[in-house]
Write a protein that binds this ligand. Structure first.
Ligand SMILES: [Zn+2]
Length: 313
């Protein structure tokens, strides 16, 4: 069986062709968010067809296609429910009809964090587990939950997905979601610039000369001894840890898998979060294992190819 997984992100769109649970070909195209998703679909279709041509001798199409989208999605009607900052027309599109008219094969749509959860569960750090919380730390903080071997979706398809919008500081800043003191307002890439530039230490900090401040810069400058970078790094790790305390108290998993761009520094971050969780959760230390994602680059693609396979059998 040959299924296609597509992971649609804000910067790149990753595609993979999976045969019998093995990734046998992949492609990456730029998201080019100035375009609408409607205008991008023909390019995605070409990339799918190229993958099929390269990987499947003599076959014209895959057996099923799965697409992950970075927003809340209705995985029953296969519609995007909420607008994402990029591809703002996605909630108006009938992607199932697009796949049906282009290839005539089964289609599944899912939230991107759930896709990564499925990929890490089936092929990565979560193999053999039945209770997993997955967190992605990148531009924002995403999450998804597996309980008793079932992906949690809930009545409105948001269950487990809003880890970045749990309140960790009820006297905190206003969030872009309308909330106050969400985890993302304390520690995410999109608040770093304002956090640094509004800090009293900014004029003495080596960060002040940078055109853009991202987490790579925070970790680099912290390692070089910059006081502001050290404070932001430690505050961020503590905020993520506080969010994960909330998640494990809510969902009681065996393991927490963490991936995303910031986890390039996972060797430093994972032990700090593990220590915080061991010290500050209700169940005894050692109950919750914090793990680095195994292959986060391909987790979404593998998860969607797996889900597409389920749509056939
Ligand atoms: Zn929020």
């Amino acid at each position: 069986m040959n299924t296609i997984g597509i992971d649609l992100g804000g910067t790149t769109i990753k595609l993979g062709l999976v045969r019998d649970h093995r990734l046998i070909g992949s492609k990456e195209i730029l998201s080019d968010a100035s375009k609408s998703l409607q205008a991008k679909l023909p390019e995605i279709a070409v990339a799918v067809d190229q993958l099929v041509e390269e990987c499947l001798d003599g076959k014209a199409k895959p057996d099923a296609i799965g697409l992950a989208f970075p927003s809340i999605v209705d995985s029953k009607s296969m519609r995007v429910l909420l607008q994402y900052v990029k591809f703002a027309d996605a909630d108006e599109l009938d992607l199932k009809s697009w796949v049906d008219q282009t290839w005539g094969v089964p289609f599944v749509l899912e939230n991107d964090a759930r896709a990564a959860l499925l990929g890490e569960w089936q092929y990565g750090a979560g193999r053999g587990e039945e209770n997993i919380v997955l967190c992605t730390i990148g531009t924002g903080f995403g999450s998804a939950v597996l309980i008793d071997g079932k992906v949690l979706r809930g009545a409105h398809f948001v269950a487990g997905n809003l880890g970045g919008h749990m309140v960790v500081n009820f006297k905190g800043d206003k969030c872009n979601c309308g909330g106050i003191g969400c985890l993302e307002t304390e520690a995410s890439s999109w608040v770093l610039e304002s956090k640094c530039h509004n800090h009293p230490l900014i004029n003495e900090s080596s960060l002040s000369s940078l055109a853009n401040i991202n987490y790579r810069a925070i970790f680099d400058h912290a390692e070089a001894g910059d006081d502001l970078a050290i404070e932001i790094r430690e505050n961020s790790i503590t905020a993520w840890s506080a969010g994960i305390v909330n998640l494990v108290h809510a969902f009681d998993p065996d393991i927490v898998i963490i991936g995303g761009g910031v986890m390039r520094r996972g060797q430093l971050i994972i032990p700090s979060i593990q220590k915080h969780i061991d010290q500050h959760t209700w169940p005894p230390a050692g109950t919750y294992k914090i793990k680095l994602a195994h292959d986060f680059t391909n987790a979404g693609v593998m998860g969607m190819a797996y889900l597409a396979r389920q749509a056939i059998v």
